[in-house]
Design a protein around this ligand. Structure first.
Ligand SMILES: [Zn+2]
Ligand SMILES: [Zn+2]
Length: 254
């Protein structure tokens, strides 16, 4: 199984990253894609990917940090990072109108600039979308990148069906396991298996029964179990298909 989205550079992991990766291995998680949030994450992403054979990374600036983005300075740096053999995508990028840590127009400009870069480099984009699905769609539909994933998908099926129809992916976190997430489980039910991936978004969003604790990649199994149940297939089959999807999406060799 692959944890297609985690944040191994988060300070929560600074004390025991080797143990976290060892526990993921022991749980059968063969590959971890660590996602950048800001430019300052890149050196450690790169280092971890060189230290651990199973770790890959992406480069990009989260909408929370859009206000710090300087295209003239940062686009060339992302372009440079993307040349690394273990850099497999641009992200996470997108729009977050819930926290609004950066102004809307800044978020939109920074999202579009990085999406255009992903398209130009032929890399998949990891897209964060919170209370912003209409504007995410407008920008995606305008840029028309080859590959994106709506990560930590918490949207209703009616709002994300158009992404799947356009050939894009959805990825689900531990939120799927929470009692109140009926809408998300309905999206899982409707989303074709070929269009989905699983992730932790660790250190955040621990699935049940680890809810409330720091999340780590080994826990992605709990999310996968719930998705397999919704789909009416066994865990091994869900693992086979979603692992294949992630390998193809990020062009990983597993
Ligand atoms: Zn996110
Ligand atoms: Zn994330």
């Amino acid at each position: 199984m692959i944890d297609s989205h985690c944040h191994l550079t988060a300070p929560e992991f600074s004390g025991d990253i080797a143990d976290v990766i060892a526990r993921a291995n022991a749980a059968g998680i063969t590959t971890l894609v660590t996602i950048s949030d800001e430019m300052a994450d890149l050196p450690l992403c790169l280092k971890l990917s060189e230290m651990y054979q199973q770790v890959y990374f992406t480069a990009g600036v989260h909408p929370h940090h859009a206000k710090d983005f300087d295209a003239a300075r940062d686009i060339p740096l992302i372009r440079e990072a993307a040349k690394h053999p273990k850099c497999k995508g641009i992200g996470e990028i997108g729009l977050d109108y819930h926290y609004m840590h950066s102004p809307k127009d800044t978020q939109q400009r920074v999202f579009e600039a990085q999406l255009v870069l992903a398209k130009e480099l032929g890399l998949p984009a990891v897209v964060h979308c919170r209370e912003a699905v209409e504007d995410v769609w407008t920008i995606v539909n305008h840029v028309k990148p080859q590959k994106i994933v709506i990560h930590c998908c918490t949207e209703k099926w009616q709002d994300v069906e158009r992404f799947v129809k356009a050939g894009y992916m959805l990825s689900f976190t531990g939120i799927v396991t929470y009692p109140k997430s009926a809408d998300i489980r309905d999206t899982v039910k409707n989303c074709p298996l070929e269009s989905m991936m699983v992730e932790t978004d660790a250190p955040y969003l621990s699935p049940v029964p680890h809810r409330g604790k720091r999340c780590e990649s080994a826990f992605v199994i709990e999310t996968a179990k719930v998705i397999a149940e919704i789909k009416g297939i066994d865990l091994a089959e869900l693992d086979r298909v979603t692992t294949g999807n992630a390998v193809e999406f990020f062009r990983l060799r597993s």
